[in-house]
Design a protein around this ligand. Structure first.
Ligand code: 5AD
Ligand code: SF4
Length: 478
């Protein structure tokens, strides 16, 4: 599910999974009858989904089991994101609706993520029914924070870690459910794009050492994971500050060689840091899936300069040409902001032209909203709301047509599909429908007439027979 200013079709490069409930951990089975239960509600991108899983993991080690039923939960945590939204109100509204639970049993309410980092103790002071606040860098403290809150000591733990003593919580392979996993390799961002809160709420860039990444990918594969997505606000700057200054392409090559890893993806890339060497890996590393999310933000050089993006449209387009030369079938997606301060009708037309030229498979588009503390927040938000909405609608309508035409290339082709499980409308047409994704990250619903039903994590060849608005339909050839 996305927020109301965005589009989402069949691919998800790692953003806006708002209201996805809970990461996976120990299942809430009858065995754990007496164990306390935790529910985590996640807002925002895959980074936040990943953080939610880590929360469930550390609480799992403290004896908690996961639930998605608020009535069964002993601890309810809202993991927030404020990159494009003002989530404080929404989160506090949702929590206050759960208040009657507190009259039935001693359930603890916590707020995590960006809002927690931004407001810390002030949030506890303001909201009497909140029991704890925990920042993204303090997830390891969660069991202590919860124990303290349970004994009546309301606690805020939202400090910046000293990068030199930065602790990544090692990934617990058992915590991942299903055949695909996400793995943070770099936290924070040093880019300070003028509209963006991330550097303020997630801090400076810190890379996870290669050895740790490789160990984690190895244990994920051993635990049965087929596909790993490497995560970071800007994965391209991975390695800065690590011994020997390794680069992201070095890491990709090493991860790609982990025995048994069927597919590898990464998200997000900054175009100014997407080197030739990185782009040339597409089509060369056999398990690197042909999908690249490369946020453009605007097609106007003036706007790009004021956004502090460090590239012109020509330079951006050159990156796209490079990756398409290396791998003609690569699927490309992007992020666009409309209505940035000072964006003229001509600037917006440049964005329309740019999007037309780039022929993205998918676009995520947003109306600009000033975020507190950013450089652009001190500039006049001068594009009227109605004009922002009109520009967004025009852009999305055009992209819908482009997406539709990009999808046509799959018709009749046999695609390698990684099976995720039964599809949602599983037996609608009488035959069992399986859901999976192409290497290009399109969702495929398919049938296996008369054959063995493939298991999650398997790669199967599927012939694409129909193109729907949001997914492909196919069949395993007999
Ligand atoms: N207003 C609108 N969109 C924003 N994004 C980040 N900050 C803002 C903002 N202030 C969008 C960018 C980014 C994506 C994650 O969110 O397009 O790439
Ligand atoms: Fe925000 Fe820019 Fe960093 Fe992306 S690169 S997280 S848009 S500051």
């Amino acid at each position: 599910m996305m927020d109301d200013t965005s589009t989402e079709l069949s691919m998800n490069p790692g953003r806006a999974a708002e209201s996805a409930v809970s990461g996976q951990c120990r299942p809430d089975d009858g065995l754990a009858e007496k164990s306390p239960r935790v529910m985590v509600v996640t807002y925002g991108c895959q980074m936040n989904v990943f953080d939610s899983r880590r929360m469930i993991q550390v609480l799992g080690h403290a004896g908690y089991v996961e639930t998605d039923d608020p009535a069964a939960a002993d601890v309810i945590i809202f993991n927030t994101c404020s990159v494009r939204d003002r989530p404080e109100k929404k989160v506090l509204g949702s929590l206050s609706r759960l208040l009657p639970l507190k009259e039935i049993k001693p359930v603890l309410f916590g707020v995590a993520g960006c809002v927690a980092q931004q407001h810390g103790q002030a949030l506890l002071d303001r909201v009497p029914y909140l029991d704890f606040v925990i920042g993204p860098d303090n997830i390891a403290d969660l069991p202590d924070v919860v124990t303290r809150a349970a004994s009546g000591r309301r606690t805020s733990s939202a400090t910046w870690m000293d990068p030199r003593s930065y602790d990544f919580i090692p990934l617990d392979a058992d915590v991942e459910a299903g055949p695909v996993a996400f793995l943070t390799i770099i936290k924070g961002c040093d880019n300070f794009c003028s509209y963006c809160m991330v550097p303020y709420v997630r801090g400076r860039e810190v890379s996870k050492p290669a050895g740790l990444v490789l160990d984690e990918v190895g244990s994920l594969v051993k635990a049965g994971i087929s596909e790993v997505t490497l995560l970071g606000q800007n994965v391209n700057s991975w390695g800065r500050g690590l011994e020997g200054n390794p680069t992201f392409p070095d890491l990709l090559e090493a991860v790609s060689a982990v025995p048994g890893l069927k597919r590898l993806r990464f998200v997000t890339s900054h175009p100014a840091d997407a080197s030739d060497r990185l782009l040339d890996l597409f089509g060369r590393l056999p398990n690197l899936a042909e999908y690249l999310h490369l946020p453009m933000q605007s097609g106007s050089d003036d706007v790009l300069a004021r956004m502090g993006r460090r590239y012109t449209f020509a330079e951006y387009f050159n990156r796209i040409e490079r990756v398409r030369a290396a791998c003609p079938d690569v699927a490309l997606s992007t992020d666009i902001i409309v209505g940035f301060p000072g964006e003229t009708a001509a600037d917006f037309e440049s964005t329309m032209d740019a999007v037309r030229r780039c022929q993205f498979d998918l676009m995520f588009s947003f109306k600009y909203s000033p975020r507190p503390g950013t450089a652009a927040a001190s500039w006049k938000d001068d594009v009227p709301e109605a004009e922002k909405a009109a520009r967004l609608a025009a852009l999305q309508a055009m992209q819908d047509g482009i997406t539709k035409s990009r999808m046509q290339r799959f018709l009749g082709r046999v695609e390698e599909v990684l099976v995720e499980g039964p599809s949602r409308d599983s037996r609608k047409d009488g035959a069992l429908q399986i859901m999976g994704r192409t290497r290009t990250n399109y969702i495929v619903n398919f049938t296996v007439p008369g054959g063995r039903v493939p298991s999650p994590g398997e790669l199967v060849d599927v012939r694409i027979e129909r193109i729907l608005a949001h997914c492909l339909k196919g069949v395993v050839p007999g």
